[in-house]
Design a protein around this ligand. Structure first.
Ligand code: AMP
Length: 436
């Protein structure tokens, strides 16, 4: 039997892994600019965490979790998202006792048992943040705005076009109860035409119908009540404050009155970033505030807000050019200049390895190979290397080597120090270019 990756999972090979690593390193840089620090939680959690936190009526918990008993019969789940885990950690470690606001970021794999398609995997990767606010109503909307501005600043690093921030408020619990009741009333009148999934949701989770992409549901959804008409004054003023501050800061967004997001824990501000460059799976980020989740998980009443970016989808948006920029440049390749045979002898390899070590000691990546020049050039191409250094046995005395520029195909004799400088300046150009 041929062994392959499990359904919905993928291997990431170089040079794609380098692009991913760069995305993650830029995320760390930007998040730390805003005072966020990394949190790492386990990939497995108690199944009850998601049932209680995310909600049993959601698709995520009802249909999509990878859950299994361990050998002692504990019910475990491969995490389908990380907000619940970060909140569990907050409660478990009594982080409410620390000075606030408290800001965390995370990155790593998530698991959902969904039907795989382009942009949708069973193991996918999220980069996210969570901000826990202190007491005082005034700070809550600042927290929402900060998280959104952080998100926009991060995404700007990749020079993407066609991205849009969609924003809405799902209000507090009281507002949502009123809205829910209105939706149940409304959708009951459409029972006959709704898709089977949505029919089931009318009583159970009518907000979720608004997320449906099923064509049968479109006519009902297009006339459905909007939550903005059901916000109580507290929720309304919170939302207005968010909109005003975002506008003052010049952060572009669009209010999308039917954006509700699928998870039960959201309150107040919810948002998504969609890309017009992706197909049906067009959301690259989802987020929102949650005023009750920490309490629901056994902690005090603490306001939280966060987002999760789908790293797989983000990378799918990159142009070939920006991927190449993120890949960076390959190492200097050192090969023996064949003296006695066409291919270079083992003895001549000693020189190549010694020179490699010298270059590496100066903090410049170097790699070695041997063989006919065409084979050496293939190796250099595969590693995305611009320069090949051919070294002869007297390099220690002369400090001079032959350098082949893979782009111009020229071969020049030059001091070793110059070859190293060539690599360094090219590396700098690539790094500077990445903020475009
Ligand atoms: P959610 O909180 O479910 O909206 O997820 C946040 C982001 O994670 C989405 O906007 C997607 O970019 C990404 N995402 C969610 N599910 C998947 C999946 N099955 N495959 C790939 N990316 C996903």
């Amino acid at each position: 039997m041929e062994l392959r990756t499990p359904k919905g999972t993928r291997d990431l090979l170089p040079p794609a892994t380098k692009v991913w690593a760069e995305v993650e390193s830029i995320a760390r840089e930007v998040f730390e600019l805003y005072g966020y620090r990394e949190i790492r939680t386990p990939i497995i959690e108690d199944a009850a965490l998601f049932e209680r936190g995310v909600g049993e009526g959601t698709d995520l918990v009802g249909k999509e979790m990878f859950s299994f008993p361990d050998k002692a019969g504990r019910r475990l789940t491969l995490r389908p998202e990380s907000t619940a885990s970060v909140c569990r950690a907050y409660v478990q470690h009594q982080l409410h006792l620390k000075p606030h606001p408290l800001k965390f970021y995370y990155m790593g794999p998530q698991f959902r048992y969904e039907r795989p398609q382009k942009g949708r995997y069973r193991q996918f990767h999220q980069i996210g943040v969570e901000l826990f606010g202190g007491a005082g109503g005034a700070s809550y909307y600042h927290a929402d705005v900060e998280v959104i501005s952080l998100l926009v600043r991060f995404l700007q690093k990749f020079g993407l076009t066609g991205l849009e921030v969609k924003l809405n408020s799902v209000g507090d619990r009281e507002s949502r109860e009123g809205y829910r009741a209105a939706l149940v009333d409304y959708f009951q009148k459409w029972q006959g035409t709704l898709s089977d999934d949505s029919k089931r949701r009318v009583l159970q989770n009518p907000l979720r119908i608004l997320d449906s992409k099923h064509p049968d549901d479109a006519p009902a959804i297009s006339g459905a009540p909007e939550i903005t008409d059901y916000l109580n004054s507290l929720s309304r003023s919170h939302f207005d404050a968010v909109l005003n501050l975002l506008t003052d800061l010049g952060i572009p967004f669009r209010v999308e009155p039917r954006l509700v997001r699928g998870l039960d824990y959201y309150t107040h501000t919810v948002f998504e970033v969609v890309s017009h460059g992706l197909g049906s799976q067009d959301a690259i980020c989802g987020g929102g505030a949650y005023a009750n989740l920490i309490k629901q998980l056994g902690g005090p009443s603490v306001y939280g807000v966060g987002f999760a970016i789908g790293e797989d989808r983000l990378v799918e948006l990159f142009s070939e050019e920006s991927k190449r920029r993120l890949e960076g440049i390959g190492p200097l390749i050192v090969a023996p200049q064949a003296q006695n045979s066409k291919y270079g002898s083992a003895y001549e390899m000693d020189d190549a390895i010694a020179l490699c070590e010298k270059i590496r000691a100066m903090g410049v990546p170097a790699d070695w190979t041997m063989g006919r020049p065409e084979k050496v050039f293939k190796f250099a191409e595969y590693l995305n290397s611009r320069f090949v250094i051919f070294v002869s046995p007297d390099w220690g005395r002369t400090q001079v080597v032959s350098v082949r520029d893979m782009e111009s195909k020229s071969l020049t004799t030059t001091p070793i120090s110059h070859a190293i400088e060539l690599w360094r300046s090219l590396h700098l150009i690539k790094r500077e270019g990445r903020d475009d």
